[in-house]
Design a protein around this ligand. Structure first.
Ligand code: GUN
Length: 282
C-alpha cells in the first residue's frame, strides 16, 4: 500500500475543536451563540440520521440548534411560511432544509425562499452565483470540505489537472468552480463522457462523486494522484465509496477512506458556515 490516507475524521475533529474555542471566545463579546435551524420534512430514515448528526455536531461545539419536524404531507405554503419566519428570526443565523423533499414540493422554490445571508448549505442561487464569479458567500459544505482535505495534503492545487467525475449541483459543479478558482485546470466528466478511464488517468487530483459503489480501481488512477472519494452508498448495511480502496491505494499518492474521509468534513463545514453567518455576515 503506497497512498497516504487523508484522515477526514481527524481533520474534522481538529476544525471542530477550533470552532468550539472560537464560540467560547466570541460569545461573551458578541452577546449570543450561533444557532442553526434545520427543517426536516417527513420521516425518511437516512435524512433523520443526517439531521440527528447535525444536531449532535452543534451540541459538541456549543452551537445552538433547532430541528423543525414537519409532516410528509405538509403544504408547500406552510413550509415556505416556516422559512420566512426563520428568515426574520434574529436568533437564527443558519437555515438548512434537509433534502430530498417530498414530490409535491418544489425544491427550487423552497431553496430560493431561504435568505441568502442564512443559507449555510450554500444552495441558494445567490450564493451559487457568488461562487461562480469568485465573490465571498456561503460555499456548499461537501465541496468546501473536499478543498480543505486537498489542502491538508500540502500539495499545490495551482496548475494541476483536476478531474471531477459527477456533475451534480451539490458536489460536481461547485467543486469544479472552486478548483478553477484555485487555478487548477478542470475537467468535468459525467455519464455520457467518452474515454472516462483515459481522462481519469490524466488527473493529478481525481474527485469521484458518482454514487456508484466500488467502480473506480487503480486503472483509473495516475501514479501519485490525490484521490477524493465522495461516494457513500449503503451496501448490505455497510457504507461503500465509489472507489475500490484496496486496489486504488497502491497507485494513488493520497486517498480518502469511506467512511472517515469526506463525510465528517461536510457537517464540519456546515458548522463553519453557521459561524460565518452568525459572526461575520455584516
Ligand atoms: N441531503 C443530503 N445531503 C444534503 C446536504 O448537504 N444538505 C441538505 N440540505 N440536504 C442534504
Amino acid at each position: 500500500m503506497g497512498a497516504k490516507i487523508i484522515d477526514g475524521k481527524e481533520i474534522a475533529t481538529r476544525i471542530k475543536s477550533s470552532l468550539k474555542s472560537d464560540i467560547q471566545r466570541l460569545a461573551p463579546i458578541r452577546g449570543f451563540i450561533p444557532k442553526l435551524a434545520v427543517i426536516l420534512v417527513g420521516d425518511d430514515p437516512a435524512s433523520s440520521i443526517y439531521v440527528k448528526n447535525k444536531e449532535k455536531a452543534c451540541k459538541e461545539i456549543g452551537m445552538g440548534s433547532q430541528v423543525i419536524r414537519l409532516d410528509s404531507n405538509v403544504t408547500q405554503d406552510l413550509l415556505l411560511s416556516e422559512i420566512h419566519r426563520l428568515n426574520n428570526d434574529k436568533d437564527t443565523h443558519g437555515i438548512l432544509v434537509q433534502l430530498p423533499l417530498p414530490k409535491h414540493i418544489d425544491e427550487s422554490v423552497v431553496i430560493n425562499a431561504i435568505d441568502p445571508k442564512k443559507d449555510v448549505d450554500g444552495f441558494q442561487p445567490i450564493n451559487m452565483g457568488k461562487l461562480f464569479v469568485g465573490e465571498k458567500g456561503f460555499q456548499p459544505c461537501t465541496p468546501k470540505g473536499i478543498i480543505a482535505l486537498i489542502k491538508e495534503t500540502g500539495e499545490d492545487i495551482m496548475g494541476k489537472h483536476a478531474v471531477i467525475m459527477g456533475r451534480s449541483n451539490i458536489v460536481g459543479k461547485p467543486v469544479s468552480i472552486m478548483l478553477l478558482n484555485e487555478n487548477a485546470t478542470v475537467t468535468i466528466c459525467h455519464s455520457k463522457t467518452q474515454n472516462l478511464k483515459e481522462l481519469a488517468r490524466s488527473a493529478d487530483i481525481l474527485i469521484i462523486a458518482m454514487g456508484r459503489p466500488e467502480t473506480i480501481d487503480e486503472e483509473y488512477i495516475k501514479t501519485g494522484a490525490i484521490v477524493i472519494d465522495v461516494g457513500t452508498t449503503r451496501v448490505d448495511g455497510k457504507l461503500k465509496g465509489d472507489v475500490v480502496f484496496e486496489r486504488a491505494c497502491h497507485k494513488a499518492g493520497w486517498i480518502t477512506p469511506v467512511p472517515g474521509g469526506v463525510g465528517p468534513m461536510t457537517i464540519t463545514m456546515l458548522l463553519k458556515n453557521t459561524m460565518q453567518a452568525a459572526y461575520h455576515n455584516e
